[in-house]
Design a protein around this ligand. Sequence first.
Ligand SMILES: Cc1ncc(COP(=O)(O)O)c(C=O)c1O
Length: 358
Amino acid sequence: MTIFDLPTPALIADDEGIAENMRRMSDILRGSSLRLRPHYKSHKCAALAHRQIASGAAVGMTCAKLSEAEDLIFSGITDVLLANEVTDPLKITRLAELAGMCRLTVCVDDADNAAALSEAAVRAGSTIRCLVEYDIGMNRCGARTAEEYFRVASAVARLPHLCYDGIQAYAGYASHVISASERETATRDNERKVAALAEYLRARGLAVSVISGGSTGTAALKSAGGVYTELQAGSYLFMDTTYLPLGLPFRNALFVLASVVSRGGGTVVLDVGVKGIGADQNDPVVLNGRGEPVLGTCVLHEEHLMLYGSEWAPALGEKALVIPGHCCTTVNLYDRIWLYRADRVADRLEVSARGCSR
Ligand SMILES: Cc1ncc(COP(=O)(O)O)c(C=O)c1O
């Protein structure tokens, strides 16, 4: 069976492309002290998490949600970083239970939250590992100053059944900067701030063993920088049109297969809209039968992708590969990913953490 026999829209992934992207990430990290902790949000597929770890390239997984952590842990992954704060009492209880089953790390930016985590871990008889988050320009979570950071981190270090491991500092604003020199400037600025914080903490007797963050767009820079110890890149496995203009050494390995349902007057319509392709960061790109990008203006409705002003003249019903604008939000729309090799369907992977948004 080939991918072109699948009913559309279908989410398909090129097995060789995935393998090549994994090799290329290993090449980037070879010789540096940066360890890969891939972000689960990009594929949400336990089978792929196991493949990343079994290859020896990844030390564990990063995830965004407690329910994603649970999915990873119940699939047998033993080292998970939940790169967000957890404050709901029921979730804290669950987190403490899960921490008894594996090495589980969570982010903290508040001393009261640390106390609640500690109480739950004491009750569960587990140890919750903590990274205290530092806000290095995201204006999201994290301590804003070194003094505030130290207050929270020393509370974590003192509290029973918590273990302070180090710093979470994600500089997402640098990830998609197209200009390589501007991306480097933003990354070096980020590293300077984090290195200064680590020095401040060590001077006050706090050991910082982990500095975690980074993305697909900053992987090579972080590898050379020598400040971070863990890289949380996710999109490198699949890539998307948002990362495409950066010219990174990864190739597109995730596509939505769609069918032409209408055409004429310079308009081609495919049967996939925002319910089948993530376009929250950038427009998708349609490929013609020769694998070349089709030019035209892309407009997405719920169930339709319109290409206006295109010179492409496909047959009605013709199937086309579409590169998603954003791989992470695309994956979350599907129950399964069809893995293929040379157009032949090779496997069907469950998107096991689909909809795990809690
Ligand atoms: C906490 C965190 N780490 C890492 C990443 C990097 O992901 P990617 O490599 O897909 O850009 C993200 C992306 O949003 C993130 O939120």
